[in-house]
Design a binder for this molecule. Structure first.
Ligand code: SP5
Ligand code: ZN
Length: 347
């Protein structure tokens, strides 16, 4: 499968995240995508290309100008506060939750970091913007290839991931919503309706928030029940869309510990809805953290199940754009991604 992958991802390499009040090594590391790159190259079955398109004009179709401006200049502002910050990670400490104002942008850097975040689990590093922008370029390039009609499927293999990022917020290791950008590019390129199927263990709250009031993108997600699983504050079954988008959000939360049989039954419900709404293209938020060996997630999919997932998605008969999201069992990540692509292409 044609795969877009930019080496620029290496520039996003924060070292620590918070866990139970302590700093622990980041789960979302450069070695994740190195694992995917190595597995695809070793297979000899997949062609890796650097992104060839600039997503700049597409970014403002999904994200707000003030958020994009903040993200692009955040590291320089952090350094301007103190040159010693080069060796430190910035963290938000104040968030404009209920009753506080999000319309006024404070001048203070950490306050703006809070304004544009929903968690303290999304560390920035010097190359975050460059890496995130390259990931958006990969998603945009993949969408253009799919629109050309010569490929049945394309893979945008990037990090940092994207599905927790909304119009004006980062969170959950995500900064720019690559899958949403791809869906928007497919619409702009002539598709009347796109389905965004999110199989990451975590609910894609950013993607849902971007599309819940629209009928041109169906958002369907299989994920850990937000009552106990991150991101906790969105992803319940009673969220079915808003206004014109009523009926175009479908959440299929499942309890931690869910096995493959139950997960694939939910996948059938998701697939039926994708066909029912007449989607002309499919974007897959391909998180691989539903894997049984994932260190921060609790579903029971095996590597063979990922091949089954790929085969099932092939059966939908739609032009398909895979976008890498989460998955933290780094040593297995490449083989699990490869299993999805090979499952798709060998059926
Ligand atoms: C894209 C994606 O999969 N984002 C997931 C973000 C999850 N953030 C919360 C992580 C909590 C990690 N708990 C640390 C366990 C340390 N042993
Ligand atoms: Zn995830």
């Amino acid at each position: 499968m044609l795969t877009y992958l930019s080496e620029q991802h290496l520039l996003h390499a924060p070292t620590h995240e918070f866990f139970r009040g302590a700093l622990v090594p980041c789960h979302e590391t450069p070695s994740r995508l190195n694992s995917v790159q190595a597995a695809l190259q070793a297979s000899g079955r997949h062609r890796l290309l650097a992104p060839e398109l600039d997503s700049r004009a597409l970014l403002v179709r999904v994200h707000t100008p003030r958020y994009l401006h903040f993200l692009e200049h955040a590291w320089d502002e952090w350094l301007a506060l103190d040159p010693a910050n080069a060796g430190r990670q910035p963290w938000p400490s104040t968030w404009p939750v209920r009753s506080l104002r999000a319309d006024r942008e404070p001048r203070e850097f950490s306050a703006r970091l809070g304004l544009f975040s929903f968690d303290s689990g999304t560390p920035l590093s010097s190359g975050t913007w460059a890496a995130a922008k390259a990931g958006a370029d990969a998603a945009f390039s993949a969408a253009a290839r799919l629109l050309s009609g010569r490929e049945r499927a394309v893979f945008s293999a990037s990090r940092p991931p994207g599905h927790h990022a909304g119009a004006d917020f980062m969170g959950g290791y995500c900064f720019l919503n690559n899958a949403a950008l791809a869906a928007q590019a497919l619409l702009d390129g002539g598709c009347a309706r796109v389905a965004l199927l999110d199989v990451d263990y975590h609910h894609g709250n950013g993607s849902q928030s971007l599309f819940e009031a629209r009928a041109d993108v169906l958002y369907v997600s299989l994920h850990g029940d937000p009552a106990t699983e991150y991101p906790f504050f969105l992803g319940h079954a009673d969220e079915t869309g808003v206004g014109e988008g009523n009926g175009y959000t479908l959440n299929l939360p499942m309890p931690a510990g869910t096995n493959a049989a139950t997960w694939f039954a939910a996948l059938e419900t998701a697939c039926a809805r994708v066909l029912e709404v007449g989607a002309e293209a499919l974007v897959v938020s391909l998180g691989l953290d539903a894997y049984e060996g994932d260190p921060i997630s609790r579903f029971g999919l095996s590597s063979a199940d990922f091949a089954r997932l790929g085969a099932r998605l092939y059966g939908l008969g739609l032009p398909t754009l895979f976008v890498l999201e989460g998955g933290y069992a780094t040593a297995q990540l490449g083989l699990n991604a490869l299993a999805v692509l090979d499952g798709f292409e060998r059926t």
